[in-house]
Design a protein around this ligand. Structure first.
Ligand SMILES: NC(=O)c1ccc[n+]([C@@H]2O[C@H](COP(=O)([O-])OP(=O)(O)OC[C@H]3O[C@@H](n4cnc5c(N)ncnc54)[C@H](O)[C@@H]3O)[C@@H](O)[C@H]2O)c1
Length: 439
């Protein structure tokens, strides 16, 4: 295997996992981040995010000397005398007010690389970006590359999921490489050779579209089953049985067919918006995506609607929320449905007690959570509660001792926003139970 010198700009959920994993398989990696607090933590050997398995690869990388950190792109490009052959851009691409992606951080990195590279460099866009971003990056590099150094721009979208990011990165379903030259393709194949993964080589624009289209498709699947769950509730059918029956069809598959209280996170909501925005800008009204978003918005009101149905007047009543992260096994609170749930319940005068095994500290820092009591565990959250709402499907909640829970609560109302519990068992224990799309 050929070891390459790589620079990964942006040491967040994607960049840090990418950097640590590529160092683990033998490359020399410098992770760059402009956030001084994050950088200080990384240099001190502390991982600023919760991601299963990251600790191990991170420690191995640091110990071997193949994973290092820098505070600027200039430093990362030539770290201790070694020149980066490949620069990954893995910075954030947050949503703007109008739904488009804010690509200013991508542009800033491209400009700095252009000004400071001094030999052929492959500039890789790993951040999720709208189609034609690669062309813009290339134009930017051309503009500031006054020395006329050879370069190539590659689109290499990332498909990892938070909560299983390390595993997903090291054993991907596919590696997509959008390239415009054979030279860049060869370098990128060397980067990924140790993973022995299926590599799909395309043009730049197709690679960019693969990412937006994939995330929007997964979001569509979730909204689809959530819409079906709404119908199930109207007619008294069981969405879990419907999903099972659908998922057994190999053309459909069982994944992403779990009805719940809607999707969130830093990817689906913003990528859906950005895909809709860029499609419209290019002259196609991708209306389907609008419906996917509308269904999701409605679904995020499920907990508040059900609580109102069950508890009548909400002013002064207490609700326990189990789980706050946008999904299990992560501390990420960005665009988490729990934020909507908290705002809706607070607006109705509900007192909130919440527990999340790892995301509580991040939640505490958000203004939306002001006034929420953060409990030390799930049972502490349930003390005196008029209702319990499952917001995130952390595996440990499945093992909740419902008997003990019932004793701690003022009234035994269980709103199972992630369909974790067996309705019959919960009812046998005296709970008034409501699941999503379940009779
Ligand atoms: N989080 C995911 O599950 C996931 C999965 C696939 C793709 N993506 C995409 O990857 C990109 C990054 O997402 P993330 O979740 O890692 O975001 P993040 O916010 O966790 O990380 C981005 C990092 O970039 C740093 N940064 C910003 N501007 C910089 C600059 N000019 N120079 C150096 N560092 C800079 C920030 O300080 C931050 O640490 C986004 O486009 C996202 O859509 C995310």
């Amino acid at each position: 295997m050929k070891s390459l010198d790589l620079c990964v700009v942006g040491a967040g959920y994607v960049g840090l996992v990418t950097g640590a994993c590529l160092a683990d398989v033998g490359h020399r990696v410098v992770c760059v981040d402009s956030d001084p607090t994050k950088l200080k933590a990384l240099k001190a050997g502390k991982i600023p995010i919760h991601e299963p398995g990251l600790d191990e690869v991170f420690r191995r990388g640091v110990k071997s000397g193949r994973l290092r950190f820098a505070g600027s792109v200039v430093e990362g490009l030539k770290f201790k005398g070694r020149r980066a052959q490949v620069v990954f851009i893995a910075v954030g691409t947050p949503p703007r007010q109008d739904g488009s992606a804010d690509l200013s951080a991508v542009e800033a990195v491209a400009e700095t690389v252009a000004k400071h590279m001094d030999a052929y460099t492959v500039i890789v866009d790993k951040s999720t970006v709208p189609v034609e971003t690669g062309e813009w990056v290339s134009k930017t590099v051309q503009r500031f590359n006054r020395a006329g150094i050879a370069y190539d721009v590659v689109s290499n979208p990332e498909f990892l999921s938070e909560g299983s990011a390390v595993k997903d990165f090291l054993k991907p379903d596919r590696v997509v490489l959008g390239v415009s030259s054979k030279r860049a393709e060869e370098v990128m194949r060397e980067v990924y050779a140790p993973l022995k993964a299926t590599v799909l080589v395309t043009d730049l624009k197709s690679a960019e579209l693969i990412k937006h289209a994939s995330n929007s498709f997964l979001a569509t699947k979730i909204s689809y089953i959530n819409a079906v769950s709404a119908l199930c509730e109207k007619v008294g059918a069981d969405v879990q049985m419907v999903a099972k029956g659908m998922g057994l069809d190999r053309r459909i598959g069982p994944m992403f067919l779990n009805a719940g209280i809607g999707f969130g996170g830093f990817c689906f909501p913003k990528d859906l918006e950005a895909f809709y925005w860029i499609s419209r800008q290019k002259g196609y009204d991708f209306h389907l995506l609008k419906s996917v978003k509308e269904i999701n918005e409605r679904q995020k009101g499920w907990v508040a609607r059900k609580i109102e149905e069950k508890l009548w007047n909400l002013e002064g009543k207490t609700v326990a929320l189990l789980g706050l992260a946008f999904k299990p096994n992560t501390d990420d609170m960005r665009f988490a449905p729990s934020i909507d749930v908290v705002l809706q319940l607070k607006a109705r005068g509900v007192r909130l007690r919440a527990f999340d095994p790892v995301a509580a500290d991040r939640a505490k820092a958000l203004p939306e959570f002001k006034g929420v009591h953060f409990a030390k565990d799930e049972y502490d959250a349930l003390k005196g509660a008029d209702a319990l709402a499952v917001v995130t499907e952390w595996p440990r909640f499945k093992a909740l001792d419902l008997k003990r829970a019932r004793k701690l609560m003022r009234t035994p109302v269980l709103l199972d926003g992630r369909n974790l519990f067996d309705p019959a068992a919960a009812r046998r224990l005296g709970f008034e139970y409501a699941g999503v799309g379940r009779p």
